[in-house]
Design a protein around this ligand. Sequence first.
Ligand code: 1HN
Length: 345
Amino acid sequence: MTVSAERAEYYDRLKPHSLAPLWEILAKLLTTKPTTRSLPCLWRYEDSRPLLIESGKLITAEEAERRVLVLENPGLAGEGSTTEALYAGLQMILPGEVAGAHRHTASAFRFIIEGDQAYTAVDGEKAYMSAGDLVLTPNWAWHDHGHDGKQPMIWLDGLDIPLVKYFGTVFTEHYSEKQFPANRPSGSSYGTFGHNLRPVDDSFDEDYSPIFHYPYPESRKALDAMAGSRDPDPKRGWAMEYIDPTSGGPIMPTLSAFLSLLPSGFKGKTRQTTEAQIFSCAEGSGRTIIEQENGDELVFEWQARDQFVIPIWYPHRHETNEDSVLFSFSDGGVQKLLGLYREAP
Ligand code: 1HN
């Protein structure tokens, strides 16, 4: 649109007063459907793993604070983000290393890709982690990582950092010691709160989930039980959401996480949703077909330990070569809280 000389002169006089004409930008603000700068992207573990291993020779976990390769969206280059609201990265900790205790207003989780005998300590309780486990570090909870095993340990970190940065509400504190003092036995949170029981003394008074470790064998059993008792969802297979048992809702207000079992030969129906989704394949192999704006289809062939991102409103469908398990996380829960969530029928 060309601006008449009269209007242009008027706009120039608005600038020193920090005023701007809405009518010049309104159509860009009020789009008929979601727009995103994020692009669909696939990270093959066979490419990222050797690069992550190489980082172990360049920097220690202690010097790095967290030794992570960000799954940076090519549409958001330089921003350290995977979607507009979400962050994902691959973190490695080597035997004997400690990633020191800190806490921040960003909420986080890790989904274990490879290794065992490393732990995350949350508020002084260690969770020893194995492939497929989910471990939460909620908003403002102290956490540090350590490794008592012999092989590199690699996990996917998921955070709401871009969303928290958007509000400007970033606070971080480093603990005075390398590690937060241990104050209860490993496994006590899950043991106490993970079996549909609640201590009657109501002694847990944090406003986050009392469970911070979701061991894979337990989640996997739930998927098998679901698969043995009903038909799969035509779009998502046998899909389960990880929950905060005290609310029955998402694991954390800003992060929702899911695990789905897609049977061999699954040909999913197309899903189009406002939640941006980051996937990590836990088992099996298959492909996700994504419809682009110009009508072309993008095909991501994935296998165990690969990650991929489906930005907001991209129609996509999953197919499998064998029984497969996909972990995913999204900003769907926070969109629902704000009344913004939509899914095409
Ligand atoms: C963080 O605290 C961790 O605690 C991992 O392991 C990744 C990315 C951005 C900001 C904080 C962790 C992070 C992070």
